[in-house]
Design a protein around this ligand. Structure first.
Ligand SMILES: NC(=O)c1ccc[n+]([C@@H]2O[C@H](COP(=O)([O-])OP(=O)(O)OC[C@H]3O[C@@H](n4cnc5c(N)ncnc54)[C@H](OP(=O)(O)O)[C@@H]3O)[C@@H](O)[C@H]2O)c1
Length: 259
């Protein structure tokens, strides 16, 4: 991890910063000098490297309200928002297994949480004529896996589209908005899944290979690490990326076979 102090004085909110990519993003921004607030539904047992942890469920309007008020109160403004929260809890079984509740959950979790948070925090950025926002999407926005994550994939596609539209609208206020679309990233949760699949496939290596094959293969031969995503996000929110807005960066080891 680069430890240049290029984010000193910057005030950041990273959602979902207690595990996986969010945790790595918090650590990277902190290492570069930013003051960082993070949120999750449950407080991490091992503590957090963030300057402030706020317990909130950002699928709810109440959670967004608490998060916005406490963040602005603590930071006195906002320069960086990383909308990292997202996920899928839909059952397997294809499209007919998904009901309205599953679809609304996916849309709330992966799209509306970011829309609501941006809407609450944008006035502060617009007033200071400076800010940068990153939305964490997924390669599934163009490469949907149909069995258990179709609603998730569709919600991430909407997030990517929303991110582009927002970037056009707020560019005149000096605010940059970009999207990062990860492929298979080896978080602890992904590792736990590989370990569970070991029983079926005989070894950890074979289970990993099967998972990569289910995505059509990863040309670089291995999944990415949370720190890889954090490094890309840290670049995008820094002034080194001052000419970049409305862009989407895949970070997938080459998984998506098209440009
Ligand atoms: N891992 C991958 O391979 C992969 C690939 C493509 C895209 N992504 C996307 O990347 C992002 C991060 O994924 P990840 O795998 O690093 O996630 P993760 O390991 O499951 O961690 C998710 C984080 O978000 C928090 N969180 C979840 N729901 C929340 C809610 N409703 N309100 C507040 N906090 C919430 C979690 O804490 P609590 O549970 O305590 O709330 C945790 O801190 C997600 O948007 C995901 O869709 C992941």
């Amino acid at each position: 991890m680069k430890t240049t102090q290029e984010l000193v004085g910057k005030r950041a909110l990273v959602t979902g910063g207690t595990r996986g990519m969010g945790k790595a993003i918090v650590e990277n921004l902190k290492a570069k000098g930013a003051t960082v607030v993070t949120t999750a539904r449950s407080e991490p047992e091992e503590g957090t490297t963030a300057d402030l942890f706020i317990s909130a469920d950002i699928r709810t309007t109440e959670g967004i309200k608490v998060l916005t008020e406490r963040t602005l109160d603590f930071l006195g403004g906002i320069d960086i928002i990383v909308n990292n929260v997202g996920g899928s809890s839909a059952p397997a079984g294809g499209v007919l297994a998904l009901n309205d509740k599953d679809w609304m959950e996916a849309i709330n979790w992966n799209l509306l949480s970011a829309v609501r948070l941006d809407r609450n925090l944008l006035p502060a950025m617009m007033q200071q004529k400076y800010g940068t926002i990153v939305h964490i999407s997924s390669i599934q926005r163009t490469l949907p896996l149909f069995d258990s994550t179709l609603a998730y994939a569709a919600a991430k596609a909407a997030l990517s589209n929303y991110s582009k539209g927002l970037s056009n609208e707020v560019a005149a206020f000096g605010i940059r908005v970009n999207t990062v679309a990860p492929g298979f990233i080896q978080t602890k949760a992904a590792d736990a899944m590989i370990e569970r699949l070991q029983e079926k496939y005989g070894s950890y290596e074979q289970a990993l290979q099967e998972l990569m094959s289910s995505l059509g293969g990863i040309p670089l031969g291995k999944p990415g690490q949370p720190e890889d995503v954090a490094e890309l996000v840290a670049f995008l929110v820094s002034d080194r990326a001052k000419a970049i807005t409305g862009s989407e960066y895949k970070i997938d080891g080459g998984t998506v076979p098209t440009i």
